[in-house]
Design a protein around this ligand. Structure first.
Ligand code: DP6
Length: 327
């Protein structure tokens, strides 16, 4: 018998992606990947990334069974800074939803890998520290360390870090999200490059940044009061403002397809008739519709009928990542 802790041979984690209702678009520090603004998100329970890590002879990455050298470079560089004494790692990751199509696969991907590596190496970081580390890989990933509804605050000073606050657990306010899948191909311009283009070329960027704190506080207040109408108002305002700064970048960042417009218009009409629903979109043509459980079934069938919508994924709110360790 020995009191020495046995080494963990493999660790796996599953994490959920999230969608922002108050959007992050723009960095305060590209080196540390710190956001220029806060954000507020829903963790999506029906979508999942599952990542397994083990010590290896050299760094290897497979994503949905394929080796992906272009993703591997960014990932292992990130892991070098997040876990400076790490060994070589063999990483396998599976997404049960389209990768790199504006469905936040980088959020669940970085959240899952940070949790799995932390488990493998027994680093013992707090959940909050893991969220900060994941944010260094992809800004939105920090939010996937928590379930339910999550607020992220940008660093207040240049030496500061992000701060995260879970605002509601899934059961506290069981909202639903309908993802109208329009094009499952990879996005034309990734978020990191797109944000820098916007920051350096859009004449509206300062307006986007300056008006952001108010949106974050309005959304936080709406969540506190479980006020769907107020949350829907600020969600759509933040969504349209973000796409306005994207479109006013040079060259323009236009992530919309005709079906995206079709879904956004449909939801606007239904909302005007009293259906609890609002839209948001990220760096891709998919439209995410936030609603309440009683309205979700009818709304999903209306969205499925929009020309160009391939399918609708329905999701409730999800929990924080779960880690499994093997000795
Ligand atoms: C449009 O987190 O993917 O989805 O930090 O450069 O990896 P990086 O960006 P990422 O950006 C997400 C942008 C967004 C809005 C949001 O999720 O807040």
């Amino acid at each position: 018998m020995t009191d020495q802790p046995e080494q963990i041979s493999r660790a796996s984690a599953h994490a959920h992606p999230n969608i922002a209702l108050v959007k992050y678009w723009g960095k305060a520090d590209t080196g540390r990947n710190l956001p220029a603004t806060g954000s507020l998100s829903l963790t999506l329970g029906a979508l999942q990334t599952h990542t397994t890590v083990a010590r290896g002879a050299s760094d290897t990455l497979t994503v949905n069974g394929d080796s992906r050298p272009e993703m591997a470079e960014r990932l292992f560089r990130f892991l070098d800074s997040a876990f400076p004494d790490r060994p070589a790692l063999s990483i396998d990751t599976q997404n049960d939803f389209p990768t790199a199509a504006g469905l936040a696969s980088s959020a669940s991907g970085f959240a899952a890998v940070v949790c799995a590596v932390d488990g493998l190496l027994q680093s013992g970081h707090s959940e909050h520290r893991l969220a900060q580390l994941a944010g260094g890989g992809s800004g939105s990933a920090a939010r996937s360390l928590y379930g339910g509804i999550v607020r992220l605050d940008a660093p207040a000073t240049e030496n500061d870090d992000i701060r995260l606050r879970p605002l509601a657990e899934p059961a506290d306010w069981p909202l639903e999200v309908l993802v109208a899948v329009i094009d499952e191909g990879p996005k034309a311009v990734g978020s990191t490059e797109g944000m820098e283009r916007t920051r350096t070329t859009s004449p509206y960027y300062s307006g986007w940044i300056d008006s952001h704190a108010r949106d974050l506080d309005l959304a936080t207040d709406a969540v506190g009061k479980r006020d769907f109408a107020a949350l829907a108002d600020v969600t759509e305002h933040s969504f349209f403002k973000m796409h306005a700064v994207m479109m006013s970048s040079q060259p323009a960042l236009l992530y919309w397809l005709p079906a995206s417009v079709g879904v956004v218009r449909l939801v606007a009409d239904l909302r005007a008739r009293g259906v609890p629903a609002c839209c948001t979109m990220d760096a891709g043509p998919q439209v995410k519709v936030v609603t309440t459980p009683d309205a979700a079934t009818e709304l999903a069938s209306a969205i499925t009928g929009v020309a160009g919508v391939q399918r609708v994924i329905r999701s409730g709110l999800g929990n924080a990542p779960v880690v499994n360790l093997e000795r």
